[in-house]
Design a protein around this ligand. Structure first.
Ligand code: HEC
Ligand code: HEC
Length: 364
């Protein structure tokens, strides 16, 4: 069976109506949060965690996901696939070193991870519960701790983002994720949170999550990925001071790249160095099976499209597999992205003659 990937049709329409504030009855109220008390003492690990939780709650308009909805077991299963000689994909349940959709962070192919996505008004929250080591039957075992858990919250109304990362392998399993809201007086929840998570304001995260807060890769083929207005929205990080900080990236604005950048930014961090080259097959990361690596390197191959996951996100039914058609629509943009990403963020003339221009990711 082919992995199902449904793109929000709104985005396929591209850069037209990017109004991030929904209209109608369902708009949640913006609840003001005063963090004076929560941020009184940030000299301890607990004080920092409580303050950050409060500043995030405030930046997310008074909302944080409930503990019940934010559990690894509530996420969709991240299925690992292997390709056949005709290019069809089948789910892998074994311990394999390579696959058609390794995680581009770890280069591993272990089944049983989970991805969760929740939207609330203008806020999008995604969590990932990763499996980087093979354990038989992991996908159906809710008591087996994950190898790495990460959480990102983003508010399109103000561009604020919050980041949480566990210490890896500390015991977050299917249903024991503590609540992110530490502003109350639940001491047990606070203790559980501090046992799992280290303190970060996400600065290191945004070198990789550079285009926008969320990174889509083929590892996530099996999930019903829901993009949003966040792909073009302003993008900053929440800090314990309450101020939003820039993530320091800029996005390519050269018209030659428009075939790509009409749908989302191409940014000067890891999108330039890793994700974009991987997406059009110029360089494949670790963990891809040989068939995919070969396909990416050979435009003449009948399977060339196995190594190219943009913009036709892999969906056996609709993916255009005609190389000439892809080339004529996206070839120029690919060349511009490659040439300009050689000097990410620097206005310059690319090796192919493209006038490379960049613009700082919008803030506020
Ligand atoms: C070295 C690059 C890199 C860094 C640094 C990084 N990530 Fe990621 N992250 C990825 C990639 C790539 C994915 C997409 C899934 C995959 O292929 O593994 C991802 C996916 C995620 C997801 C799932 C939602 C999504 O955007 O796909 C979350 C949540 C996440 N990361 C959180 C974090 C947090 C929190 C930090 C900082 C503590 C962080 N990441 C730092 C590369 C990185
Ligand atoms: C029809 C729309 C569309 C076009 C055209 C398109 N993409 Fe994408 N692309 C997407 C969507 C949707 C995502 C997921 C964005 C998200 O949720 O962050 C994505 C994600 C990506 C990512 C992963 C990083 C991220 O922000 O998630 C890369 C890299 C990427 N695209 C490269 C390209 C390149 C290079 C081109 C041009 C050859 C291109 N895309 C053209 C829709 C498109």
């Amino acid at each position: 069976m082919h992995p199902l990937l449904i793109l929000a049709t709104a985005l396929l329409g591209c850069k037209t109506d990017q109004d991030s504030v929904p209209v109608g009855d369902s708009v949640p109220e913006i609840i003001e949060v005063d963090c004076t008390a929560s941020c009184e003492d940030t000299s301890t690990a607990e004080g920092k965690a409580v303050c950050y939780s409060c500043q995030c709650k405030s930046a997310m308009d008074g909302w944080l996901p409930s503990q019940d909805e934010f559990q690894c077991a509530e996420g969709e299963e991240i299925v690992i696939y292997s390709s056949d000689s005709d290019g069809s994909l089948s789910a892998v349940d074994d311990d394999v070193a390579t696959c058609a959709n390794p995680t581009l962070l770890y280069g591993t192919c272990s089944p049983g991870g989970r991805l969760g996505q929740i939207t609330h008004g203008t806020v999008t929250a995604k969590f990932i519960c990763r499996r980087n080591h093979y354990v038989a039957g992991a996908a159906s075992d809710e008591s087996l701790p994950f190898d790495d858990v990460g959480i990102i919250l983003y508010n399109a109304r103000n561009g604020a983002s919050c980041w949480f990362d566990d210490n890896d392998g500390t015991g977050i399993a299917g249903r024991n994720m503590p609540a992110l809201d530490l502003t109350g007086d639940d001491a047990d929840n606070r203790a559980a949170f501090l046992g799992y998570y280290y303190f970060t304001e996400g600065k290191s995260c945004t070198s990789c999550h550079d285009n926008d807060p969320f990174n889509y890769t083929p590892y996530l083929w099996s999930v019903n990925w829901t993009p949003g207005s966040y792909t073009f929205g302003s993008f900053q990080r929440v800090t314990t001071s309450g101020a939003l900080e820039s993530n320091g990236t800029s996005a390519l604005t050269s018209p030659e790249a428009a075939a790509c950048t009409s749908c989302h930014r191409i940014s000067s961090g890891a999108t330039c160095s890793n994700w974009a080259p991987d997406s059009f097959g110029a360089a494949k990361g670790a963990g891809y099976e040989q068939r995919v690596v070969n396909a990416a390197a050979d435009p003449e191959s009948d399977l060339w499209w196995l190594g190219t996951w943009m913009p036709y996100l892999y969906d056996g039914d609709t993916q255009v597999k005609d190389h000439a058609a892809w080339e004529s629509q996206y070839g120029r943009a690919r060349d511009a992205v490659q040439a300009c990403c050689a000097q990410p963020g620097v206005d310059s003339t690319g090796a192919d003659g493209t006038a490379c221009t960049w613009e700082q990711t919008p803030e506020g």
